[in-house]
Design a protein around this ligand. Structure first.
Ligand code: SF4
Ligand code: SF4
Length: 350
């Protein structure tokens, strides 16, 4: 098993170091335009937040896996965990916000000791789409998690799970040995309680992200291939596939540098820049809350410790009017959201 950048005491565990890399080299020399320069060409700078629609809450960086591409640098050694009192502050704003989607993420959010309490309380608010991002393997990791499919069903949770490929080799390479088999087992457990079936209202979506330094191909055609393979080989059903581009931060940045692919990858992202995707990037309708209650434009900015450009910086200061219309904080990692068909936590943006 690989270790988190924090555990390895890597330079890249420091977000400032990541931002330096993203601002220097090819961008400093002018070989490639900065993201700000690029979006200015189409008069899209500054990028502005519109109406808040999605509240994404990161309840902690602890995870049972240590995937090579992880932008959170999550792992069993990460101790950052949202407390119940911060969860309570989040609940207070969920009740008042106009957001239609609540999206719980991590790490493995289920590892937070107050996760079930939070889901129970949040589900009472009646938010339209209540997402939990589950890595699947947590469901089989320990007896205490085996009933998660039933728990999710009881609270009408929309399950979104990573599944980088329908083959064991590609999945295990990115996510660790044994992940594929555990994920298949967990998907069957979710299907058994009704998740992912064609006519079922229990939503089960999968997330694909490339296993190397390349961009995802067409989301719809990949979804077709995934559906065919998972159904024929394992009798597994799911609803949609979200194709997500790996952003050059954290462990994926470490991988790019170690494999000497960093510059080529940045060239590929800039080459694939799509100005149409800019107006739909997820930070324009999303707010990300960290385990300690601070506000960010997205989960990526959270990991780079780039707080929102607003007077309201913490969930305790939440003010939707103030936050709508704020300038989004950008850097070169944002090219990952605007390449090709664009990329967000809900997959392509166009
Ligand atoms: S990518 Fe997801 S499952 Fe993998 S280490 Fe990161 S948080 Fe955990
Ligand atoms: S990385 Fe975050 S801030 Fe940058 S474009 Fe993507 S969603 Fe927006």
């Amino acid at each position: 098993m690989i270790k988190s950048l924090h555990k390895r005491e890597s330079d890249l565990a420091n977000s400032k170091r990541q931002l330096e890399i993203l601002s220097n080299g090819i961008f400093q020399k002018g070989a490639l335009p900065t993201f700000k320069e690029k979006i200015s060409e189409t008069n899209q700078f500054p990028l502005k937040a519109k109406k808040l629609e999605i509240l994404q809450i990161n309840v902690g960086y602890m995870c049972n896996q240590v995937c090579t591409h992880c932008h959170v640098d999550a792992g069993p050694d990460r101790k950052e965990i949202m407390t119940r009192s911060t969860m309570q502050q989040c609940l207070d704003i969920i009740k008042t916000t106009g957001a239609h989607t609540l999206d719980l993420t991590g790490g493995a959010p289920e590892m937070n000791p107050d996760f079930r309490w939070f889901v129970e309380e949040a589900s009472k608010v009646g938010i339209k789409d209540f997402i939990v991002r589950s890595n699947l393997t947590i469901i089989t990791a320990n007896k205490k998690y085996h009933d998660l499919p039933e728990f999710f069903k009881k609270h009408n949770v929309h399950v979104v799970s990573s599944m980088p490929h329908w083959t064991r080799g590609k999945t295990d390479k990115q996510r660790g040995n044994g992940v594929f088999d555990a994920s298949i087992k967990a998907l069957k457990m979710l299907n058994d309680v009704g998740y992912g079936k064609p006519e079922s209202s229990l939503r089960l979506d999968l997330v694909y992200n490339p296993s190397g330094a390349f961009l995802p191909s067409n989301q719809k055609s990949m979804e077709k291939d995934f559906k065919k393979a998972l159904l024929e080989e394992f009798n597994i059903h799911f609803h949609n596939l979200f194709a997500i581009t790996n952003l050059p931060i954290s462990r994926f940045l470490d991988y790019l540098i170690a494999s000497e692919n960093y510059e080529d990858y940045m060239y590929a992202l800039v080459d694939a820049f799509n100005p149409t995707a800019v107006s739909n990037v997820m930070c324009t309708n999303t707010l990300s809350i960290s385990w300690d209650g601070f506000l960010y434009d997205c989960d990526f900015n959270q990991m780079l410790e780039l707080p929102v450009n607003s007077k309201a910086k913490h969930v305790s200061e939440f003010n939707e009017t103030l936050l709508n219309g704020r300038d989004i904080v950008i850097s070169q990692h944002c090219y990952g959201c605007t390449a090709g068909a664009g990329s967000s936590c809900q997959g392509s943006v166009i």
